[in-house]
Design a protein around this ligand. Sequence first.
Ligand SMILES: [Zn+2]
Length: 220
Amino acid sequence: MSERPLTDEERDLVEAIGRGPDGRSTDIASGLGVPRWLASHVRHCSRCGAPLTASVPPGENRERMACTACGLVSYINPRLVVTTLPITEHGDLVLIRRGIEPAIGTWAQPGGFLEIDETLGEGAVRETLEETGLVVEPGVLVGLYSRLEAAVVTLVYEARIVGGQARPCAEALEVTTFAPTAIPWAELGFKTSWWALRDWMRLRHPELPVPDHFEGREGH
Ligand SMILES: [Zn+2]
C-alpha cells in the first residue's frame, strides 16, 4: 500500500475507470469502511482476546479493527461466493427457488461460500451438487459481481450438467429448468443473479431481449 498521495492526473484516471463491471450489482457507495453489521461480529482480538477498536494504523490510510492491547489488526475482507449457471444438453438453464433467507422464495443460481481448503472449481461443483443434486463441469467464467451489502464477491461459472439428478432440498425448494426465453427475471432474489443472467444472455443469446432493470425482491 503506497503512502504517496495521488497526483491530480492519477486521481482523474482512477475516477474515470470507476467501479468496474463488478460494481453493477451493489447499491452501496464504495469507501465507507467496514459495514457496522460486520464489524459487530468481530469484537475481540483473535490473538489475545482484548477488545478491538476502529482506528487508522500507522502507515495506513483507512480505518481498521485493531486490538487495544497488542495492536494486532484484524483485517476484514470480502468473502467469495462460488455459483454456477447449470446448462442442460438442450441449452436450458437450471435455477433454484431459495428455501432459506436471504431472499427466501425467490429464484437464484446454485452456489455458496468457498471453503478455505478447496479450489474455485471444486467449490462450484460441491455447492451445485448440494443444492440441486446435479453434477456440473464448470466452464467459462460468466462474471464476478461485488456485493458490498453482504461483504461478498459472487463468482459465476457457466457449467455443463454431466450427471446426477435434480432434487429439491431445504436450501432449494424447487430445482427447475428454464428456457432462455423463460427466465423468471422479475422473481430473482439478487442483483448479482440478475447481472449474471444478463451477462450470460449477452454471451449465448444476444438475439434475445433482456429486461433493462432489476425488478426482483432484493436480498443480500
Ligand atoms: Zn490483541
